[in-house]
Design a protein. Sequence first.
Length: 183
Amino acid sequence: MKDICSVLACLVALTCTSTFAQTQLNDPKETLKNEFWGKLYSTGGETLICKKKFSKKSILVTESYIYSTLWIRDNLECGTPRQCREHSATYRRLTSDLHNIYPEDARFELERRAAKFEELDHSVPVSECNIRRVFGVIDPPDDVKGDIARSLCTCMSLTICRYTEISVNSSAGITSTLPQQRR
């Protein structure tokens, strides 16, 4: 089974290599201002997990990094957010990657930011935004798991997610455990 999972992980990573053909942005602040909020969501939209409609950027809606900036910094070992922005081109490129950024309810995002995605047992009750949650772990609704997997796939294709573990679960498809501690 482990061999099957490894093969599937490699296939997923190989199918994602098309991301290299796309325009690569490298200024996180400008990307958020001009591309994300300025173009993609300039007239509003719907948050990814909570499915709340919004008409424009506000204090109630924020950007959500599926593969969090904290995990990116930890994997790159580039220091504080400021140090990473100033000295790491890889950090700037990854935090400007629009495949990894979605709008989300600001209060929910504050709680979700450091949590990892994982399938939880159905004995865990469904809570706010149709998720299952235990300390540090979120099982998102089925209708967004594809978007989350796509975001993680893009990250894997950029080789930053070398510590991401992908496994196959018969009831839910691909499940990710993020991030693993360095040894």
